[in-house]
Design a binder for this molecule. Sequence first.
Ligand code: AMP
Length: 143
Amino acid sequence: MTVRSILNEKGHDVQTIPPDATLRQAVELLAEKRIGAIVVTDAERRVVGIISERDCVRVIGLDGPTRLDDTVSQVMTSKVVTADGNESVHQIMEQMTAGRFRHLPVVQGGKLIGLVSIGDVVKHRLAEMERESTAMREYIMST
Ligand code: AMP
C-alpha cells in the first residue's frame, strides 16, 4: 500500500498557511478545522515549514500568550520531512517513528499535494491487517 492510495481515499485537501501569518491565526485555524498541524507554504505552494499543535503549546506554555503575535515562521519547524506518492505506508511509518512526528506532507514536482497523518496510517494498516487475516482464514478453511 502506498501514500498515493491513502490520498486517493482521503482526498488531497490540506490546510496551509503563509509564513508571515501570525501564530494567533495558526491556532485559530487548528481549532476551527479540528486538526493537529498546518503546512506552511509559499505563493508557489512549495513547503517551507510545518506548524503543529505541539509547537503552539510549547511556545505559549513557556512564554505565555504574547507569543500569539509571533509570525508562523518564528515558531514552525522549517526542516520538513516530506513523502512522495510512491512511498509505502511501511516506509512512512518508519519515518514518523524515527522523527517523532505525526504528520507528513506529500509533495509532487516540488509542490504540496496532500498530508498524511499518523491516524491515516493506523487506519490503513488496520484495514490491511484485516484483509490479511481474512485471506489467511479463507485459505485455512479451503485446505
Ligand atoms: P506532530 O507530532 O506532528 O504534532 O509534530 C511534533 C513536532 O515535529 C513539531 O515540532 C512539528 O513542527 C514537527 N513536525 C511535524 N511534522 C513534521 C515533518 N513532517 N517533518 C519535520 N518535522 C515535523
